[in-house]
Design a protein around this ligand. Structure first.
Ligand code: C2E
Ligand code: CA
Ligand code: CA
Ligand code: CA
Length: 278
């Protein structure tokens, strides 16, 4: 958890001091990582349960640390956000995603690529500018790019948010609501967002079908999403029983270790070719 010194004079416990120091070190390392281009994107497939084909890949950020190897975003995203480095890395994520789509296009014209964004990228219309720039530089059909936006991000961005989402949508990109169920969405606001799909958060998928509460939450989300005409995606599917339950509910797409872990681009491409044979 993030620790913040109380306003004014800061007293650090030994543990807090260690945390602050390690964050400093991490910040320095991340600045270097940006310069040295140590970031890579991994791609995880999303499987369409109706035609049993891969319909898209989610781009997930990784840090290829020269000594420590591959590091997951949970370890460093918050530092990128706090230091503002996220705008630079975020722009790179958008471009790399677009380039991967471009690479797939000649042979696989109906696969989309989704990517994640942070609140910070919403400021000063930064994301919108990056998207426009990317579409100019990498000529691709925009409808095969999808932005994943968390519910909480939407709330933090306030009134600005729906305007930005509308603009993204006008550019032709698709929008997915990520981590669905963990935020504060109401029916009313969901109706207003031009989102095409809802991603049911991993935390609810985890316990199905055995856990009664998880099962009812998932059923309620599916019913609501269907009512709103949204495509329903379940994330974090690891077991056959989870898959069977989700199929029974008519969930459209699933993503999770059951099918594949996130993997480097070239591996994702060969996975796709063996999964969606022509
Ligand atoms: P997310 O968008 O909810 O992504 C799903 C996370 O669940 C990924 O973690 C993925 O590797 C993991 N996952 C997928 N299938 C399974 C499964 O079956 N079981 C389990 N236990 N986990 C599964 P990852 O890659 O570590 O990313 C964590 C979070 O970091 C993401 O959560 C997203 O919020 C953020 N993130 C990742 N890439 C980016 C990025 O480029 N930009 C920004 N702003 N955030 C990113
Ligand atoms: Ca996501
Ligand atoms: Ca999630
Ligand atoms: Ca998340």
């Amino acid at each position: 958890a993030k620790k913040q010194a109380p306003g004014g004079v800061a007293f650090y416990s030994e543990k807090e001091a260690r945390e602050v120091l390690s964050r400093w070190r991490l910040t320095e390392e991340l600045e270097r990582a940006c310069e040295q281009k140590e970031f890579v994107l991994f791609f995880q497939p999303r499987v369409d349960l109706f035609n049993r084909r891969i319909s898209s890949f989610e781009a997930l950020l990784r840090w290829r640390h020269p000594q420590k190897g591959i590091i997951s975003p949970g370890k460093f995203i918050s530092v990128l956000e706090d230091t503002g480095l996220i705008t630079k890395v975020g722009r790179w994520v958008v471009k790399e995603s677009a380039l991967f789509l471009k690479k797939l296009l000649p042979k696989h014209s109906e696969i989309s690529i989704s990517f994640n964004v942070s609140m910070k990228q919403f400021q000063d219309n930064h994301l919108l500018k990056v998207l426009e720039e990317t579409l100019r530089e990498v000529s691709i059909p925009p409808e095969w790019l999808e932005v994943e936006i968390t519910e909480s991000l939407f709330f933090e961005a306030g009134a600005q948010a729906s305007e930005i989402l509308k603009n993204i949508n006008n550019l032709g990109l698709k929008i997915a609501i990520d981590d669905f169920g963990t935020g504060y969405s109401s029916f009313a606001y969901l109706k207003k967002i031009p989102a095409e799909s809802l991603k049911i958060d991993y935390s609810f998928v985890k316990g199905i079908p055995e856990d009664r509460e998880d099962a009812s939450v998932v059923m309620a989300i599916v019913a609501m999403a269907r009512n709103l005409g949204k495509k329903i995606v379940a994330e974090g599917v690891e077991r056959r029983e989870q898959l069977a339950f989700l199929m029974g509910l008519g969930v459209d797409e699933v993503q999770g270790y059951y099918f594949a872990r996130p993997m480097p681009g070239d591996q994702a491409l060969s996975f796709l070719e063996s999964f969606n044979p022509d």
